[in-house]
Design a protein around this ligand. Structure first.
Ligand SMILES: [Fe+2]
Length: 346
């Protein structure tokens, strides 16, 4: 408390020089730093340049120019942390009460006794110090929370980067193993995203499609290269082995929590609308739309690329093929969008 008195800066604003002088002596003797202002204009000029150094204002209500109540309103708005004690004439206590309602911390009737002045100043400064320290705590807490949020964002960003890098590494692994699928996963991803955008899917769904498409053939890691790169027709047994890649893929990603959103794309991208696909023979609506988008993109890119067992087909012929199998192999809505929006030109 002593320290508070010694270091506090008090501004006395009163048009009566005798009152200013008396208050200055009382306050300075108690160790306060005192500045005197003879009217509202002087006070506002002082606050303009050094409001952060002012701890308390004594304010006369009746002054020429700006009145005490007008000044109180300005101080409340511009410098809400500085407490104000009003000085009222002895016969005008109603105005003092009004000032309290407007936000003054106290009011003192003139002539003010030394004891009343100092008791009020001490009390209001102590209250102000405690509310300032409360405010400082809140500001610190908010800053701490912001810092935590920043750290969280950085951590999430790092996880995103690691996920993406792992995903690209997996996708690269498939392409390294199957020479004929060079660039295939990336193209399937680009086409699938274009279809998803044409369907106006939300960004988070589009991201799952983009990344799921990159990984759709991950299960081929589990198939021997002799079978994957065989240039002659596959035997029935070999084809049955190839058909296991969606199941292998699902098994591979089952160990990675972050890849779980891609599960249905990986397991079901060879399903057909008519139920004749593999591995589960899903039909119609049982196949999620996102999976149907990747299926069409996969089929289109496979047919228009060279394969170990055949050369690339022309886009015109592939489009005829896709139209022919709309509603049996492919989801008809996905086919319509793919053709109407000319997404095969990507
Ligand atoms: Fe596949």
């Amino acid at each position: 408390m002593e320290r508070l008195e010694v270091t506090s800066h008090v501004v006395v604003t009163d048009d009566d020089s005798a009152i200013r002088k008396v208050l200055q002596i009382f306050l300075q003797k108690s160790g306060y730093i005192v500045t005197l202002c003879k009217n509202g204009e002087e006070l506002l000029q002082l606050l303009e340049v050094s409001n952060t150094t002012v701890d308390l204002i004594f304010l006369d209500i009746k002054m020429p120019g700006l009145s005490g109540l007008e000044l109180l309103e300005i101080i409340q708005q511009k410098y809400p942390l500085i407490p104000v004690i009003m000085l009222t004439a002895f016969n005008d206590l109603d105005t003092g009460m009004k000032a309290m309602r407007l936000g003054a911390k106290d009011y003192l009737a003139k002539p003010v006794s030394r004891e009343i002045l100092l008791t009020s100043a001490r009390r209001i400064l102590a209250e102000s110090a405690s509310s300032r320290s409360e405010l400082a705590k809140q500001v610190k807490a908010i800053a701490h929370q912001k810092e935590l949020e920043n750290q969280l964002q950085i951590a999430l960003g790092t996880i995103d980067k690691v996920t993406r890098a792992t995903l690209l590494a997996f996708s690269e692994t498939i392409e390294q193993k199957d020479a004929y699928t060079k660039g295939h996963c990336n193209r399937v991803s680009i086409i699938s995203v274009a279809i998803a955008k044409a369907f106006r899917l939300p960004p988070e769904s589009i991201l799952v499609i983009e990344e799921g498409a990159l990984l759709h053939d991950i299960g081929k890691i589990g198939i021997s290269e002799q079978i994957l790169n065989k240039s002659s027709t596959l035997t029935k047994e070999e084809y049955e082995i190839i058909k296991m890649h969606p199941v292998y893929g699902e098994r591979i990603i089952s160990h990675i929590e972050l890849f779980q959103p891609y599960r249905s794309i990986i397991r079901s991208h060879h399903e057909r609308i008519d139920g004749k696909g593999y591995p589960d023979g899903l039909k119609g609506e049982e196949i999620p739309l996102s999976v149907a988008m990747v299926s069409l993109a996969d089929a289109f890119d496979s047919m228009t690329s060279d394969r170990a067992y055949r050369s690339a087909m022309s886009v015109e012929i592939v489009l005829e093929e896709i139209k022919l199998f709309s509603g049996t192999q492919f989801h008809p809505d996905v086919v319509d969008v793919f053709i109407d929006k000319e997404l095969y030109l990507l």
